[in-house]
Design a binder for this molecule. Sequence first.
Ligand code: CP
Ligand code: NVA
Length: 299
Amino acid sequence: MRDFLVVSTLGREGLEAVLGYASADLPPILAGKGVALVFEKPSLRTRSSSEMAAVALGAHPLYITDAEVGIDKRESAEDIAKVLAGYHSAIAARVFDHRVLERMAGSLREAGSAVPVINLLSDRSHPCQAVADLLTIEQRFGELRGVEIAYLGDSNNVALSLAEAATLAGAKVRVASPEGYGFDAGTRETLAGMGEVTFGEDPLQAVRGAQVVYTDTWTSMGQESEAAARRSIFGPRFQVNAALMAKAADDAIFMHCLPAHRGEEVTDEVMDSSASVVYQQAANRMPAFKGVLYWAVTG
Ligand code: CP
Ligand code: NVA
């Protein structure tokens, strides 16, 4: 059993193993077992891909909303985790506060349970997304080592998991965020210790020659009250449009975890261009979760 709350816990070997499982024909090791999928926030891709990946491994996925279980309202995160562990072989959850996942995992380890906890997105990280991102980049370029990846926009959960996964895999990452929206000093230091990564505030500089141009929403779930302020801080400089894509490598691809806000962080022209791999990237969430689940339960 292994928890999957952040990408960095995988290490290089773990990441390779998960990517390998994601591309493999896996046996239905969870036949007759349950997988709990708990959501505190909405989802299109994560819910669908995790349900179908659980089915692919033979499991019965159970979708549970916070409206039903009331994390830390109806009962504590710890009690929810320990109860779910009585019915399920894995617990995957999408939460606002990353510490809820840590508390769930901590309580299960303390209780001697072998049921892993998997992060389906928290305020801090989105590790299952990053596995799908690497799969997509590898499918396009045939390798990950040395691929130049520019991430533009908010240094958020998606950016952190992408940067962790890509540096671990030997890619070269350049992150550009507006002043005040970059990673904190401690996070930069940790990422720099994992591989080749730079941080700046100039989107043009980050994109120049890049093979992957990646962006995400300027306003993540839970930050809705900041949306107007963020639009004026990020736009128009951080918008990925055709002029910006033209500065990237000739064979550059455009990536976005989705949902996209067309006309804000990305234009229709780029989303619908031949450089855009966003739907392949979304589809890869399924094999990625299959790989993660297999890795987590086979420990
Ligand atoms: N990319 C992603 O996690 O999408 P959902 O929020 O729709 O699951
Ligand atoms: N950064 C976004 C990603 C959504 C998949 C959010 O947290 O809302």
